[in-house]
Design a protein around this ligand. Structure first.
Ligand code: DDH
Length: 286
């Protein structure tokens, strides 16, 4: 059994479960990053509700949101880590797993602090509909991410996470990967977005996405309507161009905004300790 507070041991346990030859592209990494993001991305700054505190996805109200379809795989991957480190909260484990997965897949180090609690009043879970819908456009992106307290540049930087993983027809309805090496963190997503001729494709299930056939990979790559909105919107596009050119800048900005995402709704005291124990305003300590 590990020592309470030994996050180095938790990180090592996460790193050692990433390789999953039978799963997707052979890695649990991308779906762990998505779990971390969806656990935090329910935050609403105006009511100070939602966010990673509470690990509300353990409950049907949040876990059963169609936007979270497939994330049970990520939670199941992490169960052995919780079993060998029972002192860690789910909310800390899920956020740390995302941070560690990015690093292990060749991405930047992301500052992360522990202390989240699993206390949640499940009658007060954030309403569904707070996570983005890939079928929509730039206005929707702003509506969703401004609500969390992000600006246009931060929206573009965060979207760069789509260098990782893939869409699954049985989860979101969209299908395919954004890049041909989806378990390696990079800025390829931004490059492809600008450099390739994307054409609209309506899938058999009626879902509309954009595709491009990559001859080298002999694979069809995809973009969501929300992804390509980053290239057509005047305010988003310069950031796409910058990140396509400057990988270091993207890595630095991604690290900062992902860290900010993981901290949404978490209030810390002078020593970095979390002073609100709930994911709803006025938890036990206000
Ligand atoms: Fe995403 N994402 N995401 N995404 N996302 C999907 C997969 C992954 C949107 C829609 C989808 C972020 C932003 C957006 C990851 C990380 C992040 C899928 C496919 C859809 C759809 C799900 C499936 O079928 O399995 C939309 C829309 C947005 C937006 O509006 C900006 C952000 C901010 C992140 C982040 O991590 C910071 C990752 C990783 C995946 C791959 C998951 C997997 O299983 O593989």
């Amino acid at each position: 059994m590990s020592t309470t507070g030994d996050y180095t041991s938790v990180r090592a346990a996460i790193a050692s479960l990433l390789k999953q030859p039978e799963y997707d592209d052979g890695s649990a990494g991308p779906v762990l990053v998505r779990l971390a993001w969806h656990s935090a991305g329910t935050y609403d700054a105006s009511t100070d509700t939602g966010g990673s505190n509470g690990a509300g996805m353990r409950y049907e109200a949040e876990g059963g949101d169609p936007a979270n379809a497939g994330l049970q795989h990520a939670r199941v991957f992490l169960e052995p880590v919780k079993a060998s480190h029972p002192w860690i909260t789910y909310s800390d484990l899920w956020t740390l797993a995302g941070v560690e997965a990015v690093k292990q897949m060749g991405g930047p180090e992301i500052p992360w602090w522990p202390g989240r609690t699993d206390y949640v009043d499940d009658s007060k879970l954030p309403p569904r509909g707070r996570l983005p819908d890939g079928a929509l456009g730039g206005d929707h992106l702003r509506h969703i991410f401004y609500r969390m307290g992000f600006n246009d540049q931060e929206i573009v930087a965060l979207s760069g996470a789509h260098n990782l993983g893939r869409c699954h027809a049985d989860r979101s309805g969209f299908d395919g990967a954004w890049v041909n090496n989806p378990t390696r963190f990079s800025n390829t997503y931004f490059k492809l977005m600008l450099e390739r001729e994307w054409r609209e494709k309506v899938l058999d299930n009626g879902v509309r996405q954009y595709v491009y056939y990559d001859e080298d990979a002999e694979e069809e790559l995809m973009m969501l309507p929300t992804d390509l909105a980053l290239t057509t919107d005047k305010a988003f596009r310069p950031w796409v161009e910058l990140y396509a050119k400057d990988k270091e800048r993207f890595f630095g900005d991604f690290s900062r905004v992902f860290s900010k995402l993981m901290e949404l709704g978490i209030r810390r005291g002078e020593k970095g300790e979390v002073v609100n124990t709930d994911n709803v305003r006025g938890g036990y300590v206000s």
